[in-house]
Design a protein around this ligand. Sequence first.
Ligand code: HEC
Ligand code: HEC
Ligand code: HEC
Ligand code: HEC
Ligand code: HEC
Length: 233
Amino acid sequence: MLLVSALGVWLAPGAATPARAAGSGEARVAGSVCEAHELKALQEADPHVEIEIPAEFDKPWPSASACASEAAAWDVSAPGPMQPIPFSHKHHAGEFGIDCQYCHSGTDRSRAAGVPSVELCMGCHGQFPAEYDQLVGIQKLKEHWNEKKPIEWQQIHRLPEYVKFRHNRHVSAGLECQQCHGPVEKLDKLYLVPDTQWWPWGMPTAKLEMGWCIKCHRQNDHQASQDCLTCHY
Ligand code: HEC
Ligand code: HEC
Ligand code: HEC
Ligand code: HEC
Ligand code: HEC
């Protein structure tokens, strides 16, 4: 029984999994730490629900919110491309407050912001307790680490070749990441809105339109160039 439910962890991590009923047909048995969090929440809401949490899954970590964020980062029905690992900005940058530039260290130095290396991820995750290996995202991270292969993140923002854009110039001018990327720290899964949206954020769109760049360059407090050759070769 335990073996079977432990397998369930691999197949369906995160919040969506309904735990299986025990042999008696009464208590619901957790098959992972994430399921244990869900069952405890269920019982809190309805004390009549019978639950059984095997000792190996009765752990505080991974936290309930890590489980929920992982499931949300890999929600096929949410907008945005599916990434090779269910990584959540809401959890890392929001809840844990990890600085954007800790992971995107190129932004103040170079054109490209860049994505973090597997090594940087492992700097934290290599030190986490073994229970974290129940998360499919951590299994995938460690697979990449062991096989020494980079993670092939799907790039979301991409300007056409003929446009010049440098992160470092914008970041050193004092702009916040969010002025151009929206409330990243509130999103489990990143995406671009399909069309121009000026409210509540000047969110960049899939098109990264010229009008979006110029609108900001024109603002008095910015006084950035509107000359064609500033942005075009
Ligand atoms: C500065 C430390 C740190 C770094 C760097 C880091 N993580 Fe995490 N990660 C955490 C913490 C803390 C949690 C949440 C633990 C919890 O709540 O149980 C977490 C949770 C996760 C989870 C569970 C789902 C989620 O996103 O919350 C995955 C998957 C994950 N990290 C993958 C990665 C990957 C991939 C990288 C590199 C791109 C990375 N992490 C870099 C600290 C870090
Ligand atoms: C723990 C590491 C980590 C932190 C902290 C982090 N990011 Fe990321 N970021 C990633 C990874 C990994 C990806 C690629 C996967 C994805 O798109 O979710 C990414 C992707 C992005 C992208 C999309 C890149 C593209 O392909 O176009 C943007 C924009 C971004 N991050 C902005 C931010 C901002 C703004 C913050 C701070 C609020 C931040 N990130 C904090 C790791 C991190
Ligand atoms: C002035 C607007 C602006 C600001 C401010 C800005 N970005 Fe970007 N960002 C962009 C644009 C435009 C692209 C697409 C660049 C391209 O295709 O060459 C991009 C692309 C990215 C990417 C993916 C591609 C790459 O260049 O590696 C990441 C990651 C990213 N930004 C993170 C950040 C972070 C983190 C910050 C804050 C430290 C930030 N950005 C600040 C506009 C901005
Ligand atoms: C949120 C405001 C904002 C947005 C959006 C924005 N910019 Fe800028 N940009 C600035 C500011 C401010 C400066 C002046 C920086 C300086 O000169 O130090 C600047 C300067 C520049 C420069 C001249 C400096 C350099 O790197 O040579 C270029 C080129 C540029 N932006 C391209 C773009 C492009 C392309 C886009 C759209 C994809 C864009 N910007 C979107 C605010 C913005
Ligand atoms: C602040 C940066 C910026 C400035 C200044 C700028 N552009 Fe652009 N331009 C862009 C970006 C970003 C794109 C790509 C996105 C798009 O097509 O809207 C673009 C696209 C274009 C395109 C291709 C449009 C298409 O539909 O394929 C043309 C043509 C163009 N620009 C001409 C100009 C001319 C002429 C000027 C001067 C009057 C100018 N641009 C000034 C950023 C800029």
